[in-house]
Design a protein around this ligand. Structure first.
Ligand SMILES: *Cc1c(COP(=O)(O)O)cnc(C)c1O
Ligand code: SF4
Length: 314
C-alpha cells in the first residue's frame, strides 16, 4: 500500500489548521483510527476546516455524541453469513468480505464496528458454499477494500471463482481507485477484462473533488477493456447534501466514464449521526436532481433496511 497518514499533527501541519479549528477528538481517533493515503492530501483544500474530503476522514468530537437508533451493526449483517467472510442477503448474489483493511478510514463507514477479527474469511469454506449454491450467479468482492489485497491473492481468488460454472458476474466494490488510483495496474485491468465474467467495478465516491484527472486516467483502461464502471455515494451532511454538489458529482463521474448507481441514505452507525440527512431533505435533493440532470446521471436513492430482499428506494 502507498504511504499512509495516521498522525493528526502531520495532517494539521499540512493543512495549516489546528485541532480546535477542525474539531479533532482523540477519543474518536481511538475508536476508529485516522487513516488516509498521503496522495489524497493534495485534494484537500488548505485552511478549510469544512473541506468535503477532510470531513470524511477527520476523527471529530461530534462522533462522541450518542444518538438514538445509531448502533454497531446498523444493517443487521451478522445474520446473513452462512460461512465466515461470506454474506448472502439478496437473491442471486453473494458478497465476499475479503479483508477488513482499507487505505482510508471513512468516518461514516457502516463497517467501522464490524467484527472482522471474528470473521476471519475462509476461502475454502466460501468456495465450497458457492459450489453448492447454483442459484448464485454474481459474486461481489467487498471488504474493507478488496483492492488493498495483492494482485497475486486477487488472481488466485479470481481463478478459484472462475472454476465455478454457475457464476456469471463478478462485481468489485472498492473505494481504492478513487483514493489511490495507482492500484489500477495493467495486471488488474487484464484480470477484470477477462471474458470469463461479466465484470463491473463500483467505485465509492462522494464528492467531485475526489475525482482528479489522475483518477480519470486510471479508470480509462478499465472502461476501454469493457468493465462496467458504476459509483455509489453516501448522502452526507456537510459533504454532499447540496444540489450543486450532487449534480457536479454525477457530471464529473460521467466524464470519468462512471455511471451513478446508488445514493445511499446513511446507515445508522454509532459515531456517524452528525452526517445524517433527514429523509425529507434526501427526497427533496433527489427530486431536484431528477429535475435537472439527464436520467442516467441520477443515482437511485436507497436505504438499507434489515430483513428486506433488496435495498429499499426511499
Ligand atoms: C448491497 C449489497 C448487495 C448488492 O445489492 P445490489 O442492489 O445488487 O447492488 C449484495 N449483498 C449485500 C450483502 C449487500 O449489502
Ligand atoms: S469500507 Fe469503504 S467506506 Fe468503509 S472505511 Fe473502507 S473505504 Fe471507507
Amino acid at each position: 500500500m502507498a504511504s499512509q497518514i495516521r498522525n493528526i499533527q502531520t495532517l494539521l501541519d499540512h493543512l495549516e489548521l489546528t485541532a480546535e479549528q477542525v474539531g479533532f477528538s482523540e477519543q474518536a481517533a481511538k475508536d476508529f483510527a485516522l487513516q488516509l493515503p498521503a496522495s489524497l492530501l493534495q485534494r484537500i483544500e488548505k485552511r478549510n476546516p469544512n473541506d468535503p474530503i477532510l470531513l470524511q476522514i477527520l476523527p471529530h468530537k461530534k462522533e462522541m455524541l450518542q444518538a438514538p437508533g445509531f448502533g454497531t451493526d446498523p444493517v443487521g449483517e451478522s445474520a446473513y453469513s452462512p460461512v465466515p467472510g461470506l454474506l448472502q442477503k439478496y437473491p442471486g448474489r453473494a458478497l465476499l468480505i475479503l479483508t477488513g483493511a482499507c487505505a482510508i478510514n471513512c468516518r461514516y463507514c457502516f463497517r467501522r464496528h464490524f467484527p472482522y477479527d471474528e470473521q476471519e474469511p475462509s476461502l475454502e469454506q466460501a468456495i465450497t458454499w458457492l459450489n453448492e449454491h447454483d442459484d448464485i450467479h454474481e459474486v461481489i468482492w467487498s471488504g474493507g477494500d478488496p483492492l488493498t489485497l495483492s494482485q497475486r491473492r486477487l488472481r488466485h481468488l479470481y481463478d478459484r471463482l472462475a472454476a465455478i460454472p454457475h457464476l456469471k458476474r463478478l462485481r468489485v466494490h472498492s473505494r481504492q481507485p478513487i483514493v489511490s488510483p495507482d492500484c489500477i495496474t495493467p495486471e488488474l485491468v487484464d484480470m477484470l477484462a477477462s471474458p470469463r465474467f461479466n465484470t463491473s467495478l463500483v467505485v465509492h465516491c462522494n464528492h467531485a473533488s475526489e475525482l482528479t484527472d489522475e483518477v480519470a486516467r486510471a479508470l480509462l483502461p478499465l472502461r476501454h477493456a469493457g468493465v462496467v464502471l458504476l459509483n455509489q455515494s453516501v448522502l452526507l451532511a456537510g459533504v454532499n447534501d447540496d444540489i450543486h454538489v450532487l449534480s457536479q458529482l454525477s457530471e464529473r463521474l460521467f466524464a470519468c466514464g462512471v455511471l451513478p448507481y446508488y445514493l445511499h441514505q446513511l446507515d445508522k452507525v454509532q459515531g456517524a449521526a452528525h452526517f445524517a440527512v433527514s429523509d425529507e431533505r434526501a427526497l427533496a435533493l433527489h427530486h431536484a436532481l431528477r429535475d435537472s440532470l439527464s436520467g442516467y446521471l441520477v443515482p437511485k436513492l436507497v436505504v438499507e433496511r434489515a430483513g428486506h430482499p433488496s435495498k429499499v428506494p426511499l
